[in-house]
Design a protein around this ligand. Structure first.
Ligand SMILES: Nc1ncnc2c1ncn2[C@@H]1O[C@H](COP(=O)(O)OP(=O)(O)OP(=O)(O)O)[C@@H](O)[C@H]1O
Length: 292
């Protein structure tokens, strides 16, 4: 995109994302401005992770346009951006995704230091090959881990950490990366309640001079994480509201599972079957499914 709107970090127009013949996302318009803290909420299968993946340039849109930090990320692998441009963009996007992407054989501390590779000039690549890290970055990484209560696990290999500890390491790594946009997919899913609150505060602090989009399942964490909340259901935005206007009814409607018999419907724009929320427990897997 040649002329990004000033202050606009995410600009989505007429996005359709289809996977295996199903319409996973249908977003006519979504704009996120610099400094906003946005939570994506909705039932399982609503398309929250898919939206974050599309913004991160990890899945291609079938139609429409996605601009992130002024660059067109609509077509992954398309010629819109060179490999070098993708690398530069990804350095500006901090991701806490469900896979976490830690280097298994490296210690927690080293994984955090590697976040600095994304910052131009902070650490030459050869230092990571030789595992010879600048003392200033090691200090910063130790502090980031300590602030998340992981001072006793710094030297532990990533693959020997618990799920919650790995989640904290990936958050600490963002502090060394200093991204302009943070995309966090359930960043507290493996954390106990106290640690979840600590992680939310850490994320918001990281996003002080950035923009934050977080997938949130525990709606009690919303006040800590967001000032704007977007509800997604069956791949569509059902509301986009300031946190302070969120009502229990709005949340109830969002998470309510409709009558499965009504569930077999398609997107009126595309006629593709919609990705439906998970069936209630015990409901036959095939029931309510759509066929193309
Ligand atoms: N690689 C894939 N292949 C087929 N279907 C997929 C794929 N990835 C996602 N989907 C489908 O897309 C829909 C949206 O999935 P997504 O993971 O984005 O939902 P979500 O809102 O993040 O769910 P959850 O809260 O359970 O993590 C689901 O119906 C899912 O089955």
């Amino acid at each position: 995109m040649n002329h990004p709107l000033p202050g606009v970090v995410v600009d989505v127009r007429d996005l359709l994302l289809e996977i295996k013949g199903r319409c996973i996302l249908d977003v006519p318009s979504l704009t996120v401005r610099h400094g906003e803290r946005v939570a994506l909420i909705g039932p399982n299968g609503a398309g929250k992770s898919s939206l974050l993946k599309a913004l991160g340039g990890f899945v291609s849109a079938s139609q429409g346009r996605i601009a992130v930090l002024g660059r067109d990320v609509t077509g992954v692998g398309s010629k819109a951006m060179s490999a070098a441009q993708w690398r530069a963009l990804r350095a500006e996007i901090g991701q806490v995704m469900q896979g976490l992407h830690l280097v298994a054989r490296l210690s927690a501390l080293e994984n955090v230091v590697l976040g600095a590779l994304a910052r131009p000039g902070a650490m030459p690549l050869w230092r990571s090959w030789l595992r010879c890290y600048p003392e200033s970055l090691l200090r910063e990484a130790r502090q980031a881990l300590s602030d998340l209560g992981l001072e006793h696990r710094m030297d532990t290999r990533a693959d020997r950490l618990s799920g919650g500890e790995r989640q904290k390491v990936s958050l600490a790594r963002l502090r060394l990366q200093r991204p302009k946009l943070l995309l966090a997919d359930e960043p507290t899913s493996a954390l106990d309640p106290a640690a979840a609150q600590q992680a939310c505060d850490a994320l918001v602090a990281l996003a002080a001079d950035a923009t934050l989009l977080t997938v949130v399942h525990d709606t009690e964490l919303l006040p800590r994480l967001a000032d704007r909340v977007i509800g997604l259901k069956e791949g569509r935005l059902v509301f986009d509201a300031p946190l302070k206007t969120l009502s229990p009814d709005l949340l109830k409607n969002l998470y309510e599972t409709g009558d499965p018999a009504d569930g077999c419907h398609s997107n009126p724009r595309t006629n593709l079957p919609l990705a439906l929320p998970l069936r209630p427990r015990g409901f036959p897997a095939s029931a309510g499914r759509c066929t193309a």
